[in-house]
Ligand binder design. Structure first.
Ligand code: ZN
Length: 244
């Protein structure tokens, strides 16, 4: 194999410009299933507007849809998803703050009562941060790139967890993902509206972590800082294969 062959990008088939057939079939399934069952609810939500009680800050990862994990219907969850489910600190300036804008709308306009930062196992965003720490020349995580800048929000959690770390990279990524959820909760509390409403008992913040591998859900105990399993007995019963 020559150097040219080694460096040549994999040949890809041009994509169709048609609207994806998979989405059309999915939409038709939705019409025959969920929409059919919830038509009245959609109509009522259209007339009255949305009034979700919970905001979820989740990851873009295609495996961790909050509506699926929490079996939520239309109008129940106000969801913002970004790379690695990060909440930035309060920073009112001229940058484009998509997550902060969604947070402001959820808290001030919709008056949600709960905000859940939902992390997950095998998060590519958290892993990219860790790999980039090992090799700062990796692309596309240079400081000028969007992902590289965005996932620097993980840095405070990394600095808290890296000392004395001797586990393999996979285990460290999972531990850092937990710590990063706590950091995002701390960042949320830098928003004056969040801090004030939480102090008045009108808003509650939560950390949660979904294991893609086995469907386990963990929630953060704010008193101990430890994540613990939710509905463990129901989860065991739902597994199709016995655990060992
Ligand atoms: Zn992720």
């Amino acid at each position: 194999m020559t150097d040219t062959q080694v460096n040549a990008p994999a040949r890809r088939t041009p994509v169709s410009t048609d609207f994806p057939d998979r989405l059309i079939r999915g939409y038709e399934a939705f019409l025959g299933g969920r929409f059919s069952a919830e038509q009245q609810r959609y109509r009522a939500l259209s007339e009255m507007g949305q009034k979700p009680r919970t905001m979820v800050i989740g990851c873009c990862d295609s495996r961790v849809s909050p509506e699926v994990i929490f079996d939520a219907g239309p109008g129940e969850l106000f969801v913002v998803r970004n790379v690695a489910n990060l909440a930035p600190p309060y920073a009112p300036n001229n940058d484009y703050h998509g997550t902060s804008a969604a947070l402001e709308f959820a808290v001030m306009a919709l008056r949600v009562e709960h905000i859940v930062v939902l992390g997950h196992g095998q998060c590519g965003g958290v892993r990219a941060y860790v790999e980039n720490e090992h090799d700062p020349y990796m692309r596309p995580l240079s400081p000028g790139d969007f992902i590289g800048k965005w996932i620097r929000l993980i840095q405070p959690a990394h600095e808290l967890t890296i000392e004395g770390s001797n586990e393999d990279i996979g285990a460290y990524v999972e531990r850092l993902a937990h710590e990063s959820i706590k950091q995002s909760l701390a960042n949320l509390r830098t928003f004056p509206c969040v801090k004030t409403l939480e102090e008045r008992g009108l808003l509650a913040l939560h950390g949660a972590y979904f294991s893609v591998m086995d469907g386990r859900l963990l929630t953060l105990d704010p008193a101990t800082g430890v994540f613990g399993a939710v509905s463990a007995d129901v989860h065991v019963g739902a597994l199709s294969e016995p655990r060992f």
